[in-house]
Design a protein. Structure first.
Length: 107
């Protein structure tokens, strides 16, 4: 269950990071509220997950999901330019995240 919460927390990290530009420096109400709700929910779920999972493992996976997910949203939704080398680097990050999960020593 902790892993599921961690993945959802990572997804919420993607949401708040992706909403950040829409806040326009926290001057737009609705994007700012969406950002704040997603940020708090992400942190709460991360804090619940680390009741069971080691913080080093959980944080690495959470940040990895957030980084890769936010990069993909930026590329696919916002049309941010990318390159084959950038896509390869994102792939390496995903492999690293999976490796951290698979090699973690815990329940």
């Amino acid at each position: 269950m902790a892993w599921l919460l961690l993945v959802v927390a990572g997804g919420l990290e993607v949401a708040w990071a992706s909403l950040l530009p829409a806040t326009e420096g926290f001057r737009r109400l609705w994007p700012t509220l969406g950002f704040a709700v997603a940020l708090v929910a992400s942190m709460v779920l991360l804090s619940i997950a680390v009741r069971t999972l080691p913080i080093g493992t959980a944080y690495a996976v959470w940040v990895g999901i957030g980084a890769v997910g936010t990069a993909l949203v930026s590329i696919l939704v916002r049309g941010e330019p990318t390159s084959p080398a950038n896509l390869l680097a994102l792939t390496v990050l995903v492999v690293g995240i999976v490796a951290v999960k698979l090699t973690a020593v815990h329940a």
